[in-house]
Design a protein around this ligand. Sequence first.
Ligand code: SIN
Ligand code: NI
Length: 268
Amino acid sequence: MTNQTQVQTPITQAHIDFYRENGFVQVDNMISPEELAELREYLEEAMQNDGDRAVNTDKKGGLYYRVLNQKVNVWRDHAGMGRYTAHPRFAESARLLAGASGMRLFHDHGLWKMPGDSKETPWHQDTPYWPVNEKNPGMMSIWLTLDDVDERNGCMAFVPKSNRLGKLKGIDLTDPQNIFDYVEGGQADTQKPVIVPLKAGSCTFHDGLTFHYAHANSTDRPRRVLAIIYMPDGVTYSGDAHVITDGAGLEKGQPIAGPRFPLLAREG
Ligand code: SIN
Ligand code: NI
């Protein structure tokens, strides 16, 4: 007998159906106004604080310069962020959408799109960058915005069903190629993006194979986002070098697990 209480989520059957059909979904009011205020404070602290586990990738001349001020694994340096990144409501929402029996944390990142000479985040898939063997691993992200977003300050756009195109070549974000050129045939059907403006505290979920893009930030304030990446329990490590898996004691070909990749949601 168990006395586990069921985790409450805002996910409806309509969200699940939309996600499985299109490879992304919008979910409004994922967090309360009180949580939003707290999360803004924590993430601001985590982005400014130079801890020794999180990794800042916005170096001049680097991959994300002017595209994103990005800090990876903020949960490992900031206890408050640890609570939000591991939040059962987010992880259980991801699990329900993906239909997985268990969901592990892969990593989190603060994604600040800074004002002033801001660049768009080019169209890309996420999965090709990750050191996993599976072609369709079911890995996915929650993209939770701490500011109202629209086309003026870096809201996201998605190409519905583009996840069905499978794992393509990862594009180089410093010298972005047109990912649509990698799609053979039937391009018209794969080029109708849906732009998703959101209110602060709302979010999208997207499959790591879904084509997505974010507009440049032409306002005078940062666009602040927490993204958390989840992987279904059992996804295996390819052995390729990656900032998230390096030094984690993983074995090539074995499921990714251990304290850096905690199981955050499970069925039942
Ligand atoms: C962005 O926030 O600009 C991009 C996020 C993503 O690529 O998932
Ligand atoms: Ni992405």
